[in-house]
Design a protein around this ligand. Sequence first.
Ligand SMILES: C[S@@+](CC[C@H](N)C(=O)[O-])C[C@H]1O[C@@H](n2cnc3c(N)ncnc32)[C@H](O)[C@@H]1O
Length: 258
Amino acid sequence: MKTRKTLKKSKHIVPIVPIVPIVPIVPIVPMNMENVVPIKIDSRGKGCCQGFCLEISKSNENEKENDNVVLLKTRKGTHYSAMQVQDRSTTFLYANFMNKFIQNLPERNMTICILGFACGSQALELSKYRNVARIDGVDMDPDMFRAFKTLLLLTKHNEQNDANKIQCYESDAESFLHRISPETMYDIIIDDIFVEYDKVPISYDFIASKLKPGGYLLINIIEENDLKRCMFQVNHAFEHVQLIKFDNGNKCIICQKV
Ligand SMILES: C[S@@+](CC[C@H](N)C(=O)[O-])C[C@H]1O[C@@H](n2cnc3c(N)ncnc32)[C@H](O)[C@@H]1O
């Protein structure tokens, strides 16, 4: 029988609400990643791709010094993904933490869904792991996938990276979860969605219904107000909840479905 790590019980335990299976409305097809125009990088290490700015910098606050890092910025200047050029590993602290957590799980052939894929720095690192079989990356912004493809071209080929494990879906996260078949259950769902779009957040009860028994939801949060709302909701939806705070302001919530 499979064994799973069990998290400490949260103080606020509420029985799990039974969930009715959701029937898919529209079949979803992975994005075609072939026809992407690569960007050109100038001598200052800057490039442009469909209105986005891609920057290669030597370091920033989250990075090890002297490492080449690719940063993806939106038009507003927000950093959405960061990646070491040498080995395509993610440089976000919370993502590193989540990845190590996943790498150390005893399960094999795990399927992972990343809500808020951006340009896939976390996914690329996860794809190296032997215990990860498939990663579904969901993002509502198609420019993120163009940048993902660009990063694949920019970064060195590494035998350990298996980008073929990654399927990209351009969709709002909630509608993606509604449209997958009722049989599709993930071992792990990562919620890395920015709430800056002023949208009602997805219900964590609903996300829990898309996890296999024993599966995990890993959430990245920055704002304190979001944290309060989120902790309240996950304590209703999951029996085991654990909060980890990082010095740089990110918070990671690990929730396990029993
Ligand atoms: C913090 S970034 C994700 C970083 C990424 N996980 C990585 O590995 O680099 C947040 C992403 O969430 C996406 N996003 C925001 N709201 C969304 C929604 N409702 N559905 C799908 N994606 C969304 C944004 O387009 C953005 O790319």
